[in-house]
Write a protein that binds this ligand. Structure first.
Ligand SMILES: *Cc1c(COP(=O)(O)O)cnc(C)c1O
Length: 420
């Protein structure tokens, strides 16, 4: 497609957009009585207009039934998490018994590592990407220390080469090969939160397994952004949050994936809670833990119904649209944003440098504005754009296919240009 940086082109694209009706199903924040250009769906997705009715339903049933709502609520609370399972599984390319919604992302990473990071004297290293999201870095470091190993020795961080922003896959593979006798776990973000680089999860999983390691992914920036095939890729475990691309609201309930091949292994160590206990005998309150032979085994507690209700509202929309259709639009919309930024940069001494790779990306463009500091970001906000700022000098923009438009991209470009 030949892009043009003008309003007529943007409007024409919006008119032809199969998903154009979805924008009106979300609340868009306002600035001076005008919808903002919201490019932070990768940080906190917008609220679907249906969310309040999903939550209200549970408030009503709580008022009406009290504790009996666990059984009598229109959507019984006792198995409430099950209402999310099938749609979430579809979204990440998993079997329903491989997926469970529970806790929050960092909690899930820890719980899964309790089972899947089992270091021995020989195999104790973890391989991850350099500059992983801080919470992931803390989680990995603390797991290593918890098991009594030295972080400097046990944590292998793959960095971009000098002068580059993306990590080369060949560097990941050669590090796996080099450490193949001591590698216990590979734990990488499916999408790097900073650069927006997408990793080849299938190939990394294969390479990890060949070296005898377990492979897990943090899908915070991948779930609801990319088409995933966790089951077929043979990924061992994964976790993700639901408040970024998945629009389930601040701090909402997170997801976890454990591949079916691990389900019958009842010897796997884990931190157990009553919600991981066999459902048919859970309420006998017996002291012996009988693990569920699905991903639900990793649950600790009963379902946080309100945040799950919000998650459900959004999942119903995702299920209606499907990742395939979202990806189609996302690819073009992101390319359009890239084009607009490059056009403006050409007119402004090439001051804008996109650090997101052209291949291997989802709906995020990160760029450096050379010669401009955080002030540029602040001015964007003052002018009705909500992008995201990451120290030391990166602006991240995520035009998400569900509610962002080509006109958003055009408007963003006009505002950005006026500030340079
Ligand atoms: C957003 C994000 C988190 C946040 O973790 P929470 O436990 O949900 O607060 C962690 N890791 C990555 C890669 C993220 O992008």
């Amino acid at each position: 497609m030949i892009f043009k940086n003008n309003i007529a082109f943007a409007k024409e694209q919006d008119n032809n957009d199969k998903l154009k009706s979805y924008r009106s199903r979300f609340y868009l924040p306002q600035h001076n009585n005008k919808e903002v250009v919201y490019f932070t769906g990768n940080s906190l997705g917008l609220q679907p207009k249906t969310t309040s009715s999903y939550i209200q339903q549970e408030l009503n049933d709580w008022a009406k039934f009290g504790v009996e709502g666990h059984f009598l609520a229109k959507n019984a609370w006792l198995p409430y998490h099950e209402f999310l399972t099938e749609k979430m599984a579809k979204l990440v390319g998993a079997l329903p018994n491989e997926t469970v919604m529970m806790n929050q992302l960092t909690v899930n990473l820890h719980l899964l590592m309790v089972s899947f990071y089992r270091p021995t004297k020989q195999r104790y290293k973890i391989l991850c990407e350099a500059k992983a999201f801080p919470s992931d870095q803390y989680a990995l470091q603390s797991q290593i220390k918890f098991h009594g190993y030295d972080v400097k020795d046990a944590l292998i961080e793959i960095e971009p080469r000098e002068g580059e922003y993306s990590i080369r896959h060949e560097d990941i593979y050669s590090a796996i090969e080099k450490n193949k006798d001591s590698l216990a776990l590979i734990m990488i973000g499916g999408v790097n939160y900073f650069t927006g680089q997408v990793f080849d999860m299938k190939a990394i999983t294969e390479a990890g397994h060949k070296a005898g390691a377990i492979v897990g992914f943090d899908l915070a920036h991948a779930a609801g952004n990319l088409k995933l095939n966790l089951h077929d890729w043979n990924v061992d475990f994964a976790a993700w949050c639901s408040y970024k691309y998945l629009n389930a609201g601040p701090g909402s309930v997170a997801g976890a994936f454990v591949h079916q091949k691990h389900h019958n292994n009842t010897e796997l160590p884990l931190f157990a809670g009553w919600w991981g206990h066999d459902k048919s005998t859970r309420f006998l309150m017996d002291k012996t833990f009988v693990p569920i032979k699905t991903a639900e085994r990793w649950q600790l507690s009963n379902a946080p119904v309100f945040s799950m209700a919000a998650c459900r509202a959004s999942l119903d929309i995702f299920d209606e649209v499907g990742m395939e259709t979202l990806n189609e639009k996302s690819t073009v919309l992101t390319a359009y944003l890239e084009f607009v930024i490059e056009e403006i940069s050409k007119q402004e001494n090439n001051c804008l440098q996109i650090i997101t790779p052209k291949e291997n990306r989802g709906c995020q463009i990160s760029f450096v504005a050379n010669g401009y500091g955080k002030d540029l970001y602040n001015k964007l906000i003052e002018n009705g754009v909500i992008p995201d700022w990451r120290e030391p000098n990166v602006i991240r923009c995520a035009p998400v296919p569900l509610y962002n438009s080509f006109e958003d991209v055009f408007r963003f470009g006009e505002i950005l240009k006026s500030l340079l």
